[in-house]
Design a protein around this ligand. Structure first.
Ligand code: ZN
Length: 378
């Protein structure tokens, strides 16, 4: 398998259509005509990870953060990114990123922590804007089930927790095969009348190409009549952050302990004493956004969350939201490191004959220093 083939598989596992407009998900750099040797997953491409990949026989690095995020106008040696790109290319490695598309997947960055806490009634904190399409296709009655199954197999017809959702109404279609046509039904230059089903399914925008191709393969007609319509609705499970209910309510202190244990880092949080709205300070509904999601706190509040966990919370967030909810800040890397294992789990089934390894290199560029732990001042 060439790396280019692996990139195609990854694009399907992490649909690029789910990424935010500012992002740079997908293939990053390297020669994709090379044979794939193995895949290594991590949070960020760094020098240690590149060395490790080379030693452990991996030539495709899949990370959450894109190495090439800001456009490069020159490729010298002046910046960390430039030096890392050189190093990757010199060692014959390729880089690939699953960033805000992984954030938007219900099974992604936020899903992995939501799973750890057993959250139920989950929804995205900020659903992707209008990602839904409606596909309408006219199918002769005898082929309806075959085409419908092909649409479902390609991923159409998912509505929340329901699959294989479709609608069909029977009617009469007409056509005249004209010069150059090669019709399955009817005779040249004569009007043909066929009993057809108008079949309707919804699908997410990133599935359009795959579903339309599957529909055309399954459809008997030479010219398939179909429409693709943009819908105003969003798919509530796809988007940034997650909000849901804990299996049982917890005291704020106990919840803080759970968050610290799951993410494995010290936490900053809003003042529990000043917080008058959490009474009797039980936490039942919570919101989580891996990475820097502090600006989403109003969404967490309107979704009814009593606690919101994210990273890079600023002073003004604590001032504005501290009275509204229990605001909890963990380190940026710590909120996303659990997703490394999830990336591996998502892609391993596609590469059963190749190793998909997690990096052992240090993936957190920030460290903690505590006066108390060092016994300073004693
Ligand atoms: Zn991040």
């Amino acid at each position: 398998m060439q790396i280019a083939d692996a990139v195609q598989i990854l694009d399907r596992a992490f649909p690029l259509g789910m990424q935010q407009a500012y992002d740079a998900c997908g293939f990053q750099c390297g020669r994709t005509s090379r044979e794939l040797l193995g895949i290594m997953v991590g949070l960020d491409v760094n020098e240690a990870m590149i060395d490790e990949a080379e030693q452990r026989g991996c030539n495709l690095l899949v990370t959450h953060h894109p190495l090439l995020f800001h456009p490069l106008h020159r490729l010298g040696e002046g910046t960390r990114v430039e030096r890392l790109v050189h190093l990757l290319l010199e060692k014959g490695l390729c880089a690939y990123a699953a960033h805000t598309n992984l954030d938007a997947m219900p099974t992604g960055v936020n899903g992995v922590v939501a799973d750890a806490w057993g959250l139920v009634n989950r929804q995205a904190l900020e659903p992707l804007k209008a990602p839904l399409r409606q596909l309408v296709v006219y199918v002769p009655l005898a082929h309806a089930e075959f085409v419908r199954s092909a649409l479902f197999e390609a991923g159409a017809g998912v509505l929340g927790n329901y699959g294989e959702a479709s609608f069909g109404v029977q009617g009469t279609g007409t056509f005249i095969p004209l010069e150059g046509a090669n019709p399955v039904l009817g005779s040249m230059n004569q009007r043909e009348t066929v009993e057809e089903i108008r079949m309707e399914v919804v699908l997410e925008s990133w599935k359009v190409q795959r579903v339309v191709e599957a529909m055309k393969r399954a459809h008997p007609y030479e010219e398939v009549a179909y429409q693709l319509i943009s819908l105003e609705q969003s798919a509530p499970s796809f988007g940034l952050g997650v909000v849901g209910d804990l299996p049982q309510t917890m005291q704020a202190q106990d919840f803080l302990a759970l968050v610290g244990k799951t993410l494995g880092c010290p936490l900053r949080h809003s003042n529990l004493v000043a917080n008058s709205t959490i009474s009797p300070r039980n936490i039942g509904r919570i919101a989580y956004c891996g990475g820097a999601g502090a600006d989403l706190w109003p969404k967490a509040k309107s979704a009814g969350a009593q606690a919101f966990i994210t990273s890079e919370i600023k002073h003004h967030h604590f001032l504005d939201a501290g009275d509204e909810m229990l605001l909890i800040e963990a380190g940026h890397a710590e909120t996303e490191i659990p997703a490394i294992k999830r990336i591996q789990a998502i892609i391993q089934p596609f590469f059963s004959t190749f190793a998909v390894l997690q990096t052992n290199s240090l993936q957190n560029p920030a460290q903690y220093f505590s006066l108390r732990n060092e016994n300073y001042g004693s």
